[in-house]
Design a protein around this ligand. Structure first.
Ligand code: PA5
Length: 445
């Protein structure tokens, strides 16, 4: 088993009777996911994706990744939200946040189009100077401003550098099967395209071509990743509130929320997991933050943040609980050496593995936060492998859908994201937004 829920640090905060009391709700929510009778059921493609994925496209992803690895020094991945976070999370989780500094046989990978900052884009363009570049633009709708503008700039750069024909060999597009500006444009230009399935929303799409192409370019074993997700799907296939740990996690979140907690903090002691936390924050924030409800998803990396937010978690407002990802094994081994003179007084650590020290910091923190009135759910994970990444992705996606239905929201839409877009388009003078522009200008004056 790759992932295990440890509820020891919930003792005194949540009882088994409380979990049992809402078990009808938990199991009913799971039934909605499985039967497709809940709201947003057009977006349940991720449920069986780990076994039902398009094998022909999967093979094409591997071929394209090999071609990209061969043809470029720099691979630029353009996308935002669900079309960005999963791939970056996987690369940092399995490899390192310093992947680009350490990569030897695979291209450097930079993410662009996830902001409208000129400086951020200019930095990536500078990094491309004098290098061979390939681009993967990812947008399900094909109309999102941030990636669309960024792609226009990179397309021009590639066409200037390699000519239209050469650029065609270096541009890879991941978008809707049939609809949208990006699809139309790619067909016209003859770019190789990959599909974001109709029934999978952005934040549930990391195990489709959206995530898999960049992940494969980084030299990560995508078969092992899909296997992890497939095993999780199998493991959490039984609708039982008691034994299904995915359901238990959803139930525990619901209990915490109803006890007045307003924030869940995802905790890891591995800096490599920071972007996974960002992926998780989008998954839960965009899925549940509706109708003035839901836990605010937040994250910290310890022990780094024990020296910043640690004070607040220990003694600030008692509004949060923590979900801790605990990796049993480390990818690397660092042993603390012995100093015969013990000048720094650290010989009590001589011969110890740094990962064991890290885990002691974790255990110490779990007790301290419990003593400070903060409940902790611990998710024990074997190691930081591609297998466990796929497994955890499925665990959190399923728990999110169940949790969303328990909360009474549609976990698959994101109507709130449109509000800023409408204002931005109006202010920028996009045709069709004239009336709204006048309204905003009246508010500004
Ligand atoms: O989860 C979602 O649906 C969103 O975060 C989208 O992924 C994000 O808005 C990007 O959309 P698109 O892929 O259409 O450019």
């Amino acid at each position: 088993m790759s992932v295990k829920l440890n509820e020891k640090y919930l003792s005194g905060f949540v009882s088994e009777i409380e979990v049992k009391k809402i078990s009808h709700l938990t199991e009913a929510a799971y039934s909605l996911v499985k039967s497709g009778e809940g709201e947003g059921s057009d977006f349940l493609g991720w449920v069986d994706l780990p076994v039902n994925y398009d094998k022909e496209e999967f093979a094409r992803i591997k071929d394209a990744a090999a071609k990209i690895q061969k043809n470029c020094d720099v691979f630029v991945v353009i996308g935002i939200g669900g079309s960005y976070l999963g791939a970056r999370a996987a690369i940092e989780y399995v490899k390192s946040p310093l992947y680009n500094n350490l990569a030897k046989d695979t291209p450097e990978i930079y993410f662009a189009g996830n902001t409208i900052s000129s400086s951020a884009l200019a930095d990536v363009l500078r990094l491309c100077e004098g290098k061979d570049v390939c681009v993967n633009v990812i947008s399900k709708s094909g109309t999102t401003t941030e990636p669309a503008v960024t792609f226009r700039i990179f397309r021009e750069l590639l066409e200037k550098k390699y000519g239209e024909e050469g650029a065609r060999e270096r541009i890879f597009v991941t978008t809707d099967r049939a609809r949208g500006k990006l699809k139309e444009f790619s067909t016209e230009k003859g770019y190789e395209t990959f599909v974001v399935p109709d029934d999978i929303g952005g934040r549930y799409s990391v195990l489709t071509a959206v995530g898999l192409l960049p992940i494969a370019v980084a030299g990560i074993d995508i078969d092992a990743m899909m296997k992890g997700a497939a095993d999780a799907r199998e493991k959490y296939s039984v609708n039982c509130w008691k034994s299904n740990e995915c359901l238990r996690y959803a139930a525990l979140r619901n209990i915490m929320y109803n006890k007045g907690k307003s924030m869940e903090i995802l905790v890891s002691y591995e800096p490599s997991v920071q972007m996974f936390c960002e992926w998780w924050k989008q998954l839960y924030g965009e899925s549940e933050g509706k109708d003035n409800k839901a836990l605010y998803p937040s994250s910290v990396i310890f022990s780094t943040d024990l020296h910043s937010l640690g004070q607040y978690i220990q003694e600030g407002q008692r509004t949060m609980f923590e979900t801790v990802i605990d990796f049993k094994k480390s990818v690397d081994t660092v042993v603390i050496s012995d100093d015969p003179n013990n000048i720094d007084g650290l010989n009590f650590l001589s011969g110890k593995e740094l990962h064991d020290v890290n885990r002691m910091a974790m255990t110490g923190t779990l007790f301290a936060h419990n003593d400070g009135g903060v409940a902790n759910v611990v998710i024990e994970v074997e190691d930081r492998s591609e297998y466990s990444f796929g497994y955890l992705v499925y665990f959190f996606e399923l728990a999110c859908a169940v949790s969303g239905y328990m909360l009474g929201v549609n976990p698959f839409d994101q109507p709130g994201v449109e509000a800023y877009k409408k204002n931005m388009y109006a202010l920028l003078g996009k045709p069709g937004y004239e009336e709204h522009k006048a309204e905003l200008e009246a508010r500004m004056n």
